[in-house]
Design a protein around this ligand. Structure first.
Ligand code: FES
Length: 123
C-alpha cells in the first residue's frame, strides 16, 4: 500500500478532472460534487488526455475516438481495454490516493510527460 497525498479538496473543481504529479506518477482526479475518482490520465487506446474528455456520472468519454470508461473501476464500456484506477480517501479536506492498490489493469505508461503544461506540480 503506497498512499500519497495528491491535493486538497479545495483545489478540485466540481465537474472537472485535474492531473497531478506525485512522486513521478501522474494521476487524474475528478470530483463530481459527491465522489472523488483517481485514474490514469492516459487513454489506453492512443494516450489522449482523458481529462479533456466528457464526464457523465461514473463515465468518461475520450475526446479523440470516443472510447468510454467507468472511472470508478476502470472498466472499458465500449471496448475491451481497462483504465487504470486508484482508491481515494479524503481526510480532513486532503485527498489521498493509493497507488499500489490498483483496481483495474490499464496501460503502464503513466510515467510519460505528455501533458506537462496541464500538470499541477506537487512536492
Ligand atoms: S485515444 Fe482515447 S479513444 Fe482513441
Amino acid at each position: 500500500m503506497i498512499v500519497k497525498k495528491v491535493c486538497d479538496l479545495t483545489s478540485l473543481k466540481k465537474g472537472r478532472a485535474t492531473v497531478f504529479r506525485v512522486s513521478g506518477k501522474q494521476v487524474a482526479v475528478y470530483f463530481d460534487g459527491k465522489e472523488i475518482f483517481a485514474f490514469s490520465p492516459f487513454c489506453p487506446h492512443a494516450r489522449a488526455n482523458l481529462t479533456k474528455g466528457t464526464f457523465q456520472g461514473h463515465e468518461v468519454r475520450c475526446h479523440w475516438h470516443g472510447w468510454r470508461f467507468n472511472i470508478k473501476d476502470g472498466e472499458g464500456l465500449n471496448n475491451d481495454a481497462n483504465l487504470k484506477t486508484y482508491p481515494v480517501t479524503v481526510q480532513d479536506g486532503e485527498i489521498f490516493v493509493d497507488f499500489e492498490e490498483q483496481q483495474a489493469e490499464g496501460n503502464s505508461i503513466d510515467n510519460e510527460d505528455l501533458f506537462m503544461s496541464e500538470i499541477k506540480w506537487k512536492e
